[in-house]
Write a protein that binds this ligand. Structure first.
Ligand code: PMP
Length: 305
């Protein structure tokens, strides 16, 4: 999806003009995938923009950095504040935010210990990742021929820039074959997640979603959905999902910050009932929650400065 430029990007503590937010071609992160990042959305609410679960996203960025052994040169509070400033200074009613920390310019080679850590935060307007009618019409999924890397190869629990080569291989394979999105299996053959979303699979009236141990990122939308489902009286279970669970599912949806809640209409050309009743109810409530219209969820709608 093309990026729409905005005014300012936060870079290492300063607001810089969009066009000047550049890095040197010998930046370590460009060569070795040595970075961690987040994807966050700010939504329009009656009281102006609210950044959904900002503190939780920044906490996950710190976890990703810890897994990599990378020390971020700012505190959690400083990065939360910087995200709020970026949204405020660009004056957007709603947007997508991309904080990234990466090993910088000055050192080359695989010893990352002497490398500097740079941090940047950009935001821009971004529409529905899997299309505007992804909830009602659903998306076509393909089980990827690419395997999600295992925990001792590239830790899938860390949102590391280099990890996403694996996701891109799967995404492009699915698109080239005429599908919308890829489902990734772990090395043991169990379902992990999608190239950029977690997955929920309805079986016998319950919603199953694979755990971190199956190679899934611990999605912030995944946990939001579990709370919403509970409010709505649906049972969710974090448990292993086999490939055949997909083919006989009563309904399937995928979820993530970018994709929000999107229904699935088929997996490997086997039709899935779509949009399912649980998917529809959860997708609708999700939009109300992120727009600050549901009591009890106010703490997750974080206001910019
Ligand atoms: N899995 C992967 C591989 C992702 O890239 C994302 C998007 N960050 C997700 C799951 C969903 O995570 P979240 O709901 O926190 O955006």
């Amino acid at each position: 999806m093309p990026i729409t430029p905005t005014d300012k990007i936060w870079m290492n503590g300063e607001m810089v003009d969009w066009d000047r937010a550049q890095v040197h071609v010998l930046t370590h992160g460009l060569h070795y995938g040595s970075g961690v990042f987040e994807g966050i959305r700010a939504y329009a609410t009656d009281d102006g923009p609210a950044i959904f679960r900002l503190s939780d996203h920044i906490a996950r960025m710190f976890d990703s950095a810890r897994i990599l052994g990378m020390e971020l040169p700012y505190s959690h509070a400083e990065l939360v504040d910087a995200c709020k400033q970026v949204v405020a200074v660009n004056g957007l009613p709603s947007c997508y935010l991309r904080p990234i920390a990466y090993l910088g310019y000055g050192e080359m080679g695989l010893n990352t210990l002497p490398c500097s850590v740079d941090v940047a935060i950009a935001c821009w307007p971004w529409g529905a990742y899997l299309g505007d009618d992804a909830v009602t019409k659903g998306v076509r999924m393909k089980v990827s021929s690419w395997t999600r890397h295992d925990h001792n190869t590239m830790p899938p629990a860390a949102k590391t820039t280099g990890n996403y080569v694996n996701s891109s291989l799967a995404k492009v394979e699915a698109l080239n074959a005429g599908y919308d999105e890829a489902i990734m299996l772990a090395p043991n053959g169990l379902v992990a997640e999608c190239s950029g979303e977690n997955i929920f699979v309805a079986r016998r009236g319950r919603l199953l979603t694979p755990p971190l141990s199956a190679g899934a990122l611990e999605g912030i939308t995944q946990s939001t959905v579990m709370r919403i489902a509970d409010d709505l009286g649906f049972t969710t279970v974090v448990d292993n999902v086999a490939r055949s669970d997909l083919y006989v599912a009563e309904e399937i949806f995928v979820c993530g910050t970018a994709a929000e809640v999107s229904s699935v209409n088929s997996v490997d050309d086997r039709p899935i009932p779509c949009p399912g009743p649980m998917t529809t109810a959860i997708a609708e409530r999700y939009q109300e929650v992120v727009s600050g219209r549901v009591d009890g969820y106010e703490d997750w709608c974080e206001r910019p400065v």
